[in-house]
Write a protein that binds this ligand. Structure first.
Ligand code: HEC
Length: 144
């Protein structure tokens, strides 16, 4: 169960990290870089959770804080309806922008609330599960 939560969150973070290579539109590039930055933080948490790196509470809490900060930028990063052949953003984002930004706020809230709560390695899996769920809720509706 724990392992599953970590794997799920890492899958969300990892699958298409390189989709942005070759993107020409600057707005599309920026929002992809924002996503990639969050994915980097999730991976950092995942490598601690799996024991690949030593548990570091301060670094883990900082990663959650960064995810929350980055999430707060999502609405402005997607404000312009920019397109690119490599983009995986679905048109429904701009048709229901309130719902889309609602998912961003949810991620901001969840990761912000978790930041500061990591005290032991065992705290990582449940935290990653919550964060991963917030990423996935948006992706399943708004990303190809
Ligand atoms: C509010 C909606 C939303 C939330 C929340 C969200 N994403 Fe995304 N994400 C998207 C959309 C839309 C795209 C596709 C952007 C594009 O291709 O133009 C995307 C793309 C990505 C990509 C691919 C970036 C690239 O370079 O192509 C990664 C990686 C990613 N998200 C990781 C995450 C992670 C990790 C989280 C949670 C910590 C997260 N996302 C939360 C909407 C969201």
């Amino acid at each position: 169960m724990k392992k599953q939560a970590i794997t799920m969150a890492l899958l969300l973070a990892g699958t298409t990290v390189l989709a942005h290579s070759g993107v020409k539109d600057p707005d599309v590039m920026n929002r992809m870089m924002g996503m990639s930055e969050m994915a980097r933080q999730v991976k950092l948490l995942g490598s601690m959770a799996k024991g690949e790196t030593a548990f570091d509470a301060a670094a883990g809490n900082k990663a959650l804080e960064k995810i929350s900060e980055e999430a707060s930028d999502i609405p402005s990063l997607f404000e312009t309806r920019a397109t690119d052949p490599n983009s995986e953003a679905l048109p429904v984002i701009w048709e229901t922008f309130d719902r889309f930004t609602g998912h961003a706020q949810e991620l901001e809230r969840v990761s912000g609330a978790l930041a500061g709560t990591l005290e032991a390695r065992a705290d990582l899996a449940p935290a990653m599960k919550q964060v991963g769920r917030a990423c996935g809720a948006c992706h399943s509706n708004f990303r190809e």
